[in-house]
Design a protein around this ligand. Structure first.
Ligand code: AMP
Length: 281
């Protein structure tokens, strides 16, 4: 059975004996509505560390749209069952007041502009909310290793920048994106799609695949044009579709040997994001 913990003091008390024995703590922060993508993070943490802590917290500070926050799926009892299925040791359900009580150094940390393009441009304040909550959760859990999905590519870059700027003693692991059989990246928000929207949503994967499959065989602008057309034909509303340097998130230069294509599009009122790494082979 997973131990369910709802406050910091209880968490510290539960973790202390493991810390004293020098055992490693693996941490998987989530917003719940858990799916197989989240499960892959939990199972990797389980394999690589002695004790796995999963947190579930729908963080209001990272939502720039109140309706999106209110409609975010919440499935706590199923989530706990899934965590137990993955043999997670501790499920942490933190309290807002304990996470955001004090002035956080994360709110001032220099992210080298990684928080500015893409999600940062379309969701003002989103990444400040993300890094504040992740910083605070790291402070509560004090993990040796924390696991994040490549699905949220820019989030990973921003969290790595925060860890490096504040010199936090935690190793960040990037885990591959889990997809449905038609390629749609698993996401808690997929639960909000109607059957028709769910079918349309696979246009995101098709658009990314157009770019991945012909990368460096055709001019980038032509590929973006074809992929944009795929998004339009799928009845999705494109917010951005950009090819950027995976380290700087700046538009790619001719000398770059790797790239990542990132997309955000609306399927009805549900906003979905995805990305794919590009290499020339
Ligand atoms: P979320 O609950 O959406 O905040 O996600 C919690 C963690 O799970 C983040 O590190 C996400 O990047 C990761 N994640 C979400 N979807 C997937 C997926 N389809 N495959 C792998 N990891 C994912």
């Amino acid at each position: 059975m997973s131990q369910i913990i709802t406050n910091k003091a209880q968490l510290v008390k539960a973790l202390n004996p493991y810390r004293k024995k020098g055992l490693s703590i693996g941490f998987v922060p989530t917003m719940g509505a858990l799916h197989e993508g989240h499960a892959s993070l939990m199972s990797q943490a389980k394999r690589e560390t002695d004790l796995t802590v999963l947190s579930i917290f729908v963080n209001p500070r990272q939502f720039n749209d109140l309706l999106d926050f209110e409609k975010y799926p919440r499935t706590l009892s199923e989530d706990i069952a899934r965590a137990e299925g993955e043999r997670v040791d501790i499920v942490y359900l933190p309290q807002y007041e304990e996470l955001f009580g004090e002035d956080s150094p994360a709110s001032r940390v220099n992210l080298n502009g990684l928080d500015e393009p893409m999600e940062g441009a379309f969701r003002p304040g989103h990444f400040r909310g993300v890094i504040e909550v992740v910083h605070s959760l790291f402070n509560h859990v004090k993990p040796q290793i924390a696991y994040f999905g490549q699905k949220d590519f820019q989030q990973l870059a921003v969290i790595r920048a925060m860890v490096s700027a504040l010199d936090l003693p935690v190793f960040i692991v990037s885990c591959p994106t889990h997809r449905e059989t038609d390629g749609l990246a698993m996401s808690s928000r997929n639960l909000r799609l109607t059957k028709r929207q769910r079918q349309a949503a696979s246009g995101i994967y098709k658009a990314l695949s157009i770019i991945r499959d012909a990368w460096q065989k055709e001019p980038t602008q032509d590929l973006i044009h074809r992929a944009t057309e795929m998004v339009r034909q799928s009845h999705l509303i494109l917010e951005y579709l950009v090819v950027v340097n995976p380290n700087t998130l700046a538009p790619i230069e001719p000398t770059d040997d790797t790239a990542v294509v990132c997309i955000a599009a609306y399927c009805g009122e549900v906003r979905l994001i995805d990305n794919m790494l590009l290499s020339a082979d």
